[in-house]
Design a protein around this ligand. Structure first.
Ligand code: EPU
Length: 361
């Protein structure tokens, strides 16, 4: 049961401050572009609305789902409750030292706009995370990462509302328990907290650039950049991403559909004897981190299309909606891929994307 914040039984302000939409299509609220409906939807644009919202949820006794940019979610059925779009805006400098700035961004800020603002101000630490779809508030949930950088590297703290008590709590990096595409909020904290704002510690000078991943340094050399700045690195990554990852505005997708699997050294050795080219990197756990895209590609799925669901032709890790695919079309394709990779390589692919709704309803 949710905690009820004491409010007058009837508070007209509630009706003026929060608009609750009914029977609304979620197509424009998820980057897969899945056309399901939600019984209710509201946009939360200020923390002041929170007490009213918690009260509404308590009274309605309906399920709720917190949605941000909708870039890591697959809806597989209509939603019977209320979708809460966390949409609070605002970015401010909260502190600075000679070397660092501490920048707090509200959860509803678009991630790429935030990256761009940091680049414009010459604040370093998230430049490799350019063009990742989604909002600031969900970036810590799955510890977003790309090109050798993760959000945990420049994260300072976040503020989150505990839905049960109505209390706002502060979490530092350790309390967030970041892992590879993992955090406390994706596990024990799931559905219990609403992330309100995130504070980053970014460099103001002596930036520590990370250009070792993949072809970043080669690309910089190719364009004749010898002493790259933040923008140079971001721009190279932008062009690499644009060349192989589909833009959700043009082709529905949620980025990587699966996580890169960890396998034992013994299992990896067996695979290497048959496939010497298989990518693999030692992980802190002592296992080997391999590439989900490689397995999917090798199993013959890259570019596969069945009706309107498919596997992207440039990046096998990305499942796509060519227009009218349902959530279940995408989900069942993902299960076929999991089954085939398991049969061929004895490797389990774990979903990165959150599936919402009744399975196969
Ligand atoms: N590969 C293939 N076939 C493909 C694509 C890749 O065989 O179609 C192999 C290649 O050998 C390549 C390896 O897979 O060397 C790894 O590919 P890549 O460097 O493109 O990255 P990834 O592991 O597939 C991860 C993230 C992406 C992120 C890129 C770049 C995960 C689950 N995905 O993908 O994140 O952009 O690295 O850092 O960790 C996302 O999370 O939505 C996302 C796009």
């Amino acid at each position: 049961m949710l905690f009820v914040i004491p409010l007058p039984a009837y508070n007209p302000a509630f009706f003026y401050t929060m608009e609750i939409l009914r029977n609304i299509s979620l197509k424009k609220y998820n980057t897969f572009g899945i056309d399901v409906k939600s019984a209710y939807l509201t946009e939360l644009s200020s923390e002041k609305e929170l007490p009213y919202l918690l009260n509404w949820i308590e009274k309605s006794n309906l399920p709720y789902y917190l949605l941000s940019g909708g870039s890591n979610v697959l809806f597989v059925s209509d939603y019977p409750g209320i979708i809460i779009r966390v949409n609070m805006k605002g970015i401010q400098k909260v502190d600075e030292t000679d070397d660092h700035v501490f920048i707090q961004a509200m959860a509803g800020e678009n991630w790429e706009d935030f990256v761009d603002l940091c680049l414009k101000n010459n604040w370093g630490g998230i430049e490799n995370l350019t063009l990742i779809p989604g909002n600031v508030g969900t970036s810590p949930m799955q510890n977003i990462g790309a090109y050798g950088m993760e959000i945990k590297d420049s994260f300072h703290h976040l503020k989150a509302l505990e839905l049960k008590t109505g209390e706002i709590k502060t979490f530092n990096s350790e309390q967030c328990r970041f892992g590879y595409r993992e955090s406390f909020f994706k596990n024990e904290g799931r559905d219990k907290y609403m992330i309100l704002s995130v504070c980053f510690r970014l460099s103001r000078r002596n930036h520590v650039l990370n250009t070792t991943y993949g072809i970043i340094s080669q690309e910089l050399e190719k364009i004749g950049v010898k002493q790259p700045g933040l923008y140079d690195v971001a721009n190279v990554i932008r062009s690499i991403r644009r060349s192989k990852l589909p833009d959700p505005a043009e082709l529905g997708n949620a980025g990587s559909f699966f996580k890169n699997p960890l396998i034992t050294q013994g299992h990896f050795n067996t695979l290497v004897s048959e496939y010497p080219e298989i990518p693999g990197f030692p992980d802190v756990s002592g296992n080997i981190k391999t590439a989900a895209a490689w397995f999917i590609d090798k199993a013959g799925w890259k570019g596969y299309r069945d009706g309107d669901s498919g596997v992207h032709k440039m990046q096998a890790l990305v499942l796509v909606n060519y227009g009218k695919a349902s959530g279940n079309d995408i989900l069942s394709l993902s299960e076929k891929i999991q089954k085939s990779v398991k049969e061929k390589f004895d490797v389990n692919l774990e979903r990165e994307v959150n599936v919402v709704g009744d399975f196969y309803s």
